[in-house]
Structures are given as structure tokens and as C-alpha cells.
Design a protein around this ligand. Structure first.
Ligand code: NAP
Length: 244
């Protein structure tokens, strides 16, 4: 049995997930980070965080791969304290041009992937009467966004899942919360055309995009014992773009 608490971060070799993994390492967790396509970045991270981070390939949209991942974790470490469902993709198109492919791909990774991971983590956490699940949703799941019906539906679905898991597992010492980032400087936002980015920035009361670190610090707090009485919540990190 691993002495340090074990945290799993899906999609953690780049972007927001990478910053989350780094924060959790600093907090003293043994972190299991997953990746899907970024083999090169996974290798670099492996060298940089030898012994502190375990990097495993798992496509979260594939239930068998998720099962193998969690079987490995339980076999090697015998515990699972924190799960951060961070892996996510976009496939933007206005709805009248969107095919079933774009719909299913996004739902499969963002929502079904979160389900597969929670489905394996919850029984382990219930047995230990302790757990922290943090789902990285989005402001888009709260208010919708032009060209992102699939993404908005997946992220709104994560919010419903978060609240229900929070209710069902509160009595077992498990907290389940969602973070709703606004626009954060990562590859996902770099993909937005420059003129659109300028327009968005203008609409943000803080007039800037957020950083991955700003999201990661909030995850670190929600994972901590200090956040024991916070569950079923949506934490907005959006520079004031949405206030409720
Ligand atoms: P990103 O830079 O595009 O990174 C996406 C991450 O998801 C990568 O680590 C990627 O891993 C992983 N991933 C994608 N498909 C996967 C799959 N099938 N299985 C496992 N992992 C997979 O995005 P980001 O900005 O860091 O976003 C992280 C999370 O925050 C996402 O859920 C996103 O929706 C959410 N979010 C981001 C923003 C923003 O402004 N950036 C705003 C709100 C919410 P590989 O590269 O290895 O495939």
C-alpha cells in the first residue's frame, strides 16, 4: 500500500491537467497522470518527475482502457484518494452543420470518460470513507456557446453528474465538485482565431485569459482536507465573465 495519498489526473501531461498534476505533487500526493495522444510530452514529464508521477496511457472514452488503468492503480498502490476528471476535447461546429460523429466524440471523451472514471473510483472511495472528485467542467456548460452544442452538453452533463454524486456520497466522506473555467491560456484556447480571442478578452471584466495555474490552485484546495465541507458545488474561475 502506497503511504502517500494517491491522486489521478486524466489528461495531465499538458495544459490545465499538467498544472494540476504539478500542484498535487507539491502538495505531497503520488500522482497518476494519464495521456492519450501526447506521447512526446508524456515522455518528457516522465523524466522530469521520476518517482513522483506515474504516467500511463489511457483513452478515457474507452471503458476497457479506463478499467485497466484503475486495476493497475489498485494493484500497485492499493488506494485512491483524489480523482480529477480533466481530459476534454472540442469539435466545434454550429449545430445545423454538426454530424453525429462530432457529437459522439465529444460526449464520449468529456462526459462518458468522466462516468467511466467515477464509476471505478467511487466504490474504492466508499470503502475507505474518504475521497475527493473534482470535475473540470466549463463556463460553456453553464451558459452555452455558439458552435459548441456538443461541448456545452457534455460540460452541462458533468455538472448534473457532479451534483448527484455529491448527494449520494456525502455520507461516505466523499466530496464531488466541479470547476467551471472561463477562458484559460492553453492549446484549447490557442485554437481560437486571433480576432475572436480579442473580442472575447474584451468581454471579460478582467480583460485577460486565466492561467492553468489559477485553475490548478483551486483543484489543490478542493482536494485538501480544508475543503471537507464543500460538495456539489460549481466553482467559477472566469475573470468575472459569468457571475452566479
Ligand atoms: P488541452 O490543452 O487541449 O488538453 C486536453 C487534455 O485532454 C490533454 O491532456 C489531452 O491528452 C486530454 N485528452 C483528450 N482526449 C483524451 C482522451 N480521449 N483520453 C484521455 N485524455 C484525453 O485542454 P485544456 O485547456 O488543458 O483543458 C483541460 C480541461 O479543461 C478540459 O476538460 C477542457 O474542456 C476544460 N476547460 C478548458 C478551458 C480553457 O479555456 N482552456 C475552459 C474551460 C474548461 P493528450 O494530449 O495526451 O491526448
Amino acid at each position: 500500500m502506497q503511504e502517500k495519498p494517491v491522486a489521478v489526473v486524466t489528461g495531465g501531461v499538458r495544459g490545465i491537467g499538467r498544472a494540476i498534476a504539478e500542484e498535487l505533487v507539491e502538495e505531497g500526493y503520488h500522482v497518476v497522470v494519464t495521456y492519450c495522444n501526447s506521447e512526446g510530452q508524456a515522455e518528457k514529464m516522465r523524466e522530469l518527475f521520476r518517482n513522483k508521477v506515474d504516467i500511463k496511457r489511457a483513452d478515457v472514452s474507452n471503458q476497457d482502457e479506463v478499467d485497466t488503468l484503475f486495476n493497475d492503480i489498485m494493484e500497485h498502490y492499493g488506494r485512491l484518494d483524489v480523482l480529477v476528471n480533466n481530459a476534454g476535447i472540442t469539435q466545434d461546429k454550429t449545430f445545423h452543420k454538426m454530424g453525429a460523429n462530432e457529437w459522439h466524440q465529444v460526449i464520449d471523451v468529456n462526459l462518458n470518460g468522466t462516468f467511466y472514471c467515477c464509476n471505478r473510483a467511487i466504490p474504492v472511495m466508499r470503502e475507505k470513507n474518504f475521497g475527493r472528485i473534482i470535475n473540470i467542467s466549463s463556463i460553456v456548460g453553464q451558459k452555452g456557446n455558439f458552435g459548441q452544442a456538443n461541448y456545452a452538453a457534455s460540460k452541462a452533463g458533468m455538472l448534473g453528474l457532479t451534483k448527484t454524486l455529491a448527494l449520494e456520497n456525502a455520507v461516505k466522506g466523499i466530496t464531488v465538485n466541479a470547476i467551471c473555467p472561463g477562458f484559460i491560456e492553453t492549446d484549447m484556447v490557442s485554437a481560437i482565431p486571433d480576432e475572436v480571442k480579442t473580442k472575447i478578452q474584451d468581454e471579460i471584466p478582467m480583460k485577460r485569459f486565466g492561467t492553468a495555474r489559477e485553475v490548478a490552485r483551486a483543484v489543490r484546495f478542493l482536494a485538501s482536507r480544508d475543503a471537507a465541507y464543500i460538495t456539489g458545488q460549481e466553482l467559477n474561475i472566469n475573470g468575472g465573465l459569468l457571475t452566479h
